[in-house]
Ligand binder design. Structure first.
Ligand SMILES: Nc1nc2c(c(=O)[nH]1)N[C@H]1C(S)=C(S)[C@@H](COP(=O)(O)O)O[C@H]1N2
Ligand SMILES: [Mo]
Length: 229
């Protein structure tokens, strides 16, 4: 299978992210996902991760593409389709007439990503609990993460603990990206950057990846010394 433009295959699936110096955030005993939306939801809702077991299971086999240029191939994710999550858990608490257009996903490490509702409702988008037949490890987003294979990695928020619902584009200033992230981030269209063509920013991201790898090696040492989960 050919990779999307500007991507190179890597062996395995490296841990990546904003804060690789530190171990991944610990998983609470009873993890939850909070749903919030002022003027959009009738009330804020707390969904226990254990409740996801009531929704239909979905398996998705996909490649994973970091905006920095590496791709991990042939990953098998399992969880619930975000479409089903939305239909069962969100639609019943929407205020009448609320036309949701944008979502903000937040991880337990504070990393956030804005996603258009139409992209989140795409066919292969999962709230994933398992990877390769095993529960997610801390490295890859335990206890649950968003998986949106047609969008760059930065949309695929790990340690998912909060989803906000909006009817207009929210200002997401702390969404992690070395450059202005694209609101759609579709890999096939190389939407790496909000304004610049994807191929222009490729070399910049390649540089970032080297720096992150060094930090990543340090992070791995920290984890082995027993500091992290
Ligand atoms: N909570 C959280 N989610 C995150 C990140 C992060 O730093 N924190 N980094 C993003 C980026 S840039 C990438 S490429 C992928 C990496 O996922 P992986 O560590 O499972 O390879 O997670 C994304 N989701
Ligand atoms: Mo990334």
């Amino acid at each position: 299978m050919t990779l999307p433009p500007g991507q190179r295959a890597v062996d395995g699936f490296p841990r990546f992210g904003k804060d690789l110096k530190n171990p991944p955030p610990p998983v609470p005993a009873d993890p939850v996902i909070k749903l919030a939306g002022t003027g959009v939801l009738t009330e804020d809702v707390t969904v226990a991760v254990s409740e996801l077991g009531k929704l239909p299971r979905r398996e998705v086999r996909a490649d994973f593409h970091c905006v920095a240029g590496w791709s991990a191939t042939g990953l098998v994710w399992e969880g619930v389709a975000f479409k089903d999550f939305y239909r069962v858990l969100v639609e019943p608490v929407l205020l009448p007439g609320a036309a949701v257009s944008h979502l903000v996903f937040t991880g337990a490490d504070g990393v956030r990503a804005m996603v258009l509702l139409e992209d989140a409702l795409g066919e292969d988008v999962l709230v994933a609990e398992r990877l390769g037949g095993e529960p997610l490890t801390g490295d890859h987003g335990a206890p649950v993460r968003l998986v949106s294979p047609w969008q760059y990695g930065y949309v695929n928020i790990k340690h998912l603990c909060r989803i906000e619902f909006h009817v207009t584009a929210p200002a997401v200033t702390d969404r992690w990206s070395p450059l202005a992230a694209h609101p759609r981030a579709r890999v096939r269209k190389e939407e790496r950057h909000r304004r610049l063509p994807g191929w222009v920013v490729r070399p910049f991201y390649r540089g970032v990846v080297v720096v992150i790898r060094v930090l990543s090696a340090k992070g791995a040492k920290g984890a082995k010394s027993g500091k992290g989960p």
